[in-house]
Design a protein around this ligand. Sequence first.
Ligand code: ATP
Length: 300
Amino acid sequence: MTSVKVRVPAKVNVQLSVGPLRDDGYHDLVNVFHAVSIFDEVIAEEADTVTVRVEGEAVDQVPLDDDNLAVRAARLLAGRAGVTRGVSLRIRKTIPVAGGMAGGSADAAAALVACNQLWGVHLPPADLMELGAEIGSDVPFALLGGTAVGTGRGEQLRPVEVGGAFQWVFALADGGLSTARVYAECDRLRQATGAKVGWPEVNERLLAALRTGDPKALGPELANDLQPAAIMLRSRLVRTLDAGRERGALGAIVSGSGPTCAFLVESKEQATDLAVFLRGSGVARSVVTAEGPVAGAVIV
Ligand code: ATP
């Protein structure tokens, strides 16, 4: 085996509930992840050292050293499995960078799967998930795909049954938002307003809507506790969300820590209609349609 190609999806959080700030600086989360058909590809080839190249979306914002999450994943797997060979990683990015769709985590997941195969390590999926959680709390979901409830920091996953395909439109923004900054802004806003923050719980109506595959029932249940903070840091997101709602989206939310906006629609035709409308109204840098749920990182 001299080359392995892995395809890995982006995610949108259909529910993101953020608990109070913990003493260790993290928050307890209830995070319903949903994998959508916007994919990065990671190609791993035999080499003596670990290197990475990046092509596509916002490549100038992606680190090419050991800070690259795919490189970290490869090094972690090599260290754990006693592999002394290197790997040449090539990332083809389509997932927006720092867009709230977990692109970096997706690349880490893809690198784990690719190197596991290239080096003949053959760790079982459960072990890859554990390694993934050491890199970041979104990495295990990128391995799993589908739709899943994440608790803890988001890394403890329970798959969720979904009764059909949901159609989405994503409005990509100019420039990213730092996840750490958005969480800090969320804490600041809560402190400033004295908002009482309860223990996060999964929304059973949302799970029921997912189970029946009913977009009309799912739309009003979409919720993201980070949205007010993302909007404070990027006020023009309000215009983007409003534009989608006015054109008939069943639900409109900021994806994760933003600034990508996610719109749920009823059909593929409506996705195309909304995408054309959003492109024409100048409220986004670019607009893409996608479907979910899709599988996690797979060798192609
Ligand atoms: P999340 O939704 O998990 O909060 P995000 O989608 O907002 O994350 P990412 O695209 O994962 O953000 O990137 C966050 C930062 O991680 C980037 O600004 C970049 O500097 C760094 N990074 C490291 N490795 C990668 C990678 N392979 N792809 C993209 N960004 C990476």
